[in-house]
Ligand binder design. Structure first.
Ligand code: AHG
Ligand code: MN
Ligand code: MN
Length: 333
């Protein structure tokens, strides 16, 4: 028996966020829900059709692109390029800002996205995701310039992620809380399953790649030691290697995800514009916090679209503890 109301993402926006529902932003969220369904359909088939393995390409980050990265990148572009909502896009998989093709109208919004996050997990059938952020143009008369894309996360009007796990989920915030929807594959609809997500006050997890600990600063290793042995409540460790999956688990159960700087990666690995800032926006909307170890990730204005940044994100007190250990270490050195 069905004993709860069934609310689609469209219905939810109409009913609870009417000021957004009339606008173009709503359409943009619908487009991302559509892209999510198309990518999810392909991800589900990934083990069955010849899509696994590498596309014959290396992306701008010097990483080998997997075929699903390329597919997801194309889907998000093709779903959004013609709608008249956007004036520019930025993708992890494209070196330069993406302009709207001249045959289509331009809108006021900028879409930044990581088409497939955690792509090294694809060929082992482990959760992957998509991350996106939406900004408004800085100048309605000249929309779609590079400056429009280089805005700090504070200016985000909406952000979200799609998690391709055992179920496909879309989680977004447009500044009025964080809401999660689960795709019913039979109906082809995203149904409201997680209304107004708040990060629990009592965290459960910490998520770092400990293989890199030998490269971390002493301050960082002291922080990890604190997480391991001194944090109250006692935490346990989980690390998927798909930031979307690690972030989502920690959002629902409390915890901290970290990707610190290392000597060979002085700015860490995570990209500010389309990975760190959207997730920091969602974390703050859920009562958490995202930092580069010295300041809010949302305060950093990117100097270039693929800029990397150290990331600590999750429960505020856990992230502030990282800032404390980092600042102590810096004072001593
Ligand atoms: P992407 O697949 O978009 O390049 O991102 C991968 C990122 C992130 O999802 C994950 O947390 C991190 O890389 C894992 O890196 P390590 O394997 O170095 O831990
Ligand atoms: Mn990524
Ligand atoms: Mn990616």
């Amino acid at each position: 028996m069905i004993n709860q109301k069934i609310v689609t993402i469209e219905r939810f926006l109409l009913d609870t966020q009417p000021e957004l529902a009339r606008g173009e932003l709503t359409s943009l969220l619908y487009e991302m829900a559509l892209a999510a369904k198309i990518i999810a359909a392909q991800t589900r088939r990934a083990g069955l059709i010849d899509i696994l393995g590498f596309a014959d390409n290396v992306n701008v980050q010097g990483e080998e692109q997997r075929k699903l990265d390329v597919y997801a990148d194309e889907v998000i572009f093709r779903v959004n390029c013609h709608t008249g909502r956007l004036c520019a896009m930025v993708s992890e998989e494209q070196e330069d800002m993406i302009s709207i093709p001249p045959e289509y109208p331009k809108g006021s919004y900028i879409l930044v996205f990581d088409p497939l996050d955690g792509s090294s997990n694809i060929d082992t059938n482990i959760s992957i995701g998509t991350i996106f952020g939406i900004y408004r143009t800085l100048d309605e008369k000249h929309p779609g310039r590079l400056e429009d894309c280089l805005q700090p996360g504070r200016n985000l009007v909406a952000a979200g992620y799609i998690l391709f796990g055992p179920s496909t989920m879309l989680v977004y915030s447009a500044g009025l809380g964080v809401h999660g929807f689960t795709l019913d594959p039979g109906w082809g609809e995203f149904i409201l399953t997680h209304e107004n997500i708040r990060i629990p006050e009592q965290p459960t997890y910490f998520s770092f790649n400990h293989a890199a600990a030998k490269h971390f600063t002493q301050g960082m290793n002291e922080y990890i030691e604190w997480l391991r042995n001194h944090c109250d409540p006692v935490l346990t460790q989980r690390y998927v290697g798909s930031m979307v999956a690690d972030f989502h688990r920690n959002l629902l159960h409390g915890g901290v995800f970290g990707y610190p700087a290392e000597p060979s990666k002085p700015d860490g690995k995570i990209r500010l514009l389309y990975e760190a800032a959207p997730l920091a926006f969602i974390a703050e909307q859920a009562g958490g916090y995202g930092s580069d170890g010295t300041q809010s990730l949302l305060n950093i204005k990117p100097a270039e679209i693929h800029q990397r940044v150290p990331v600590f994100i999750g429960n505020r007190f856990l992230v502030e503890k990282a800032e404390y250990f980092i600042s102590n270490y810096q004072k001593q050195n």
